[in-house]
Design a protein. Structure first.
Length: 232
């Protein structure tokens, strides 16, 4: 007897994430928005699209990390250029596929860098780490996500480790880290949680405790890698 043919699989429905990003691109083109033009306020835009503000906010971040829009605190989303749906979705899917690999690379590199920073840090390094924490606190207090302070903190830890090769390896993945950083810090409640993680890492580095610094960095990276999907 001939084996029964396999049952055809149903076509996969596009994820809400991709549908919403695609719709935003369509809106920019249909409204003929150009550089410097603003998108509608998030509350109105979300209601018009029939989605939550959280979902819309995360979709806007997906466009922001590709440089299509700027999201400015107190000024809303501002268009930088009109995108192609095909290119935006290709980059979006590629980034989604690589997110786990980026986190793995960060865990492999930054845990070791935190350990080395605890052993090799100078007074100047501690001052720079503290300055980064202060910057992130000010950004969060003003309603921003704290991305500049976050980036400065991790750069300060890398510098304090004094490992040229590991630093160059971090430089290689820096653009991909920037994307995941923006996505993570856009999660509800994430900026203060990320700041608390930084403070634990800084305390261990300041105390010269390499083991605690590595563990604090590992815990921090596991937390920031938790990015809610837009599939509901």
């Amino acid at each position: 007897m001939r084996p029964k043919p396999p049952r055809p699989r149903p076509l996969a429905r596009p994820r809400l994430y991709e549908q919403l990003v695609e719709r935003l691109c369509e809106y920019i083109r249909e409204a003929e928005l150009g550089p410097g033009d603003k998108l509608p306020p998030e509350r109105e835009f979300a209601a018009a699209l029939g989605v939550s503000r959280v979902s819309l906010g995360q979709a806007l971040v997906a466009l922001e990390v590709q440089g299509i829009i700027d999201v400015r605190h107190g000024d809303g989303a501002v268009v930088r250029y009109s995108p192609s749906d095909e290119e935006v979705l290709r980059v979006l899917r590629d980034r989604d596929n690589r997110r786990a690999e980026i986190i793995e690379a960060r865990q492999a590199l930054e845990v070791k860098l935190a350990e080395l920073a605890a052993r090799r840090r100078s007074r100047a390094d501690i001052a720079e780490i503290d300055a980064a924490l202060d910057l992130m606190r000010r950004e969060i207090a003003s309603g921003e996500r704290g991305t500049t302070g976050d980036e400065r903190f991790h750069s300060a830890v890398i510098h304090a480790a004094r490992s040229g090769l590991l630093a160059r390896m971090m430089d290689e993945i820096a653009p991909m880290i920037l994307q995941t950083r923006m996505e993570s810090l856009s999660q509800p409640g994430r900026p203060p949680a990320s700041l608390a993680g930084h403070e634990r890492i800084a305390d261990a580095i300041r105390a010269g405790d390499a083991k605690a610094a590595g563990e604090a960095m590992r815990d921090h990276l596991e937390m920031v890698s938790d990015v809610a999907p837009l599939d509901d």
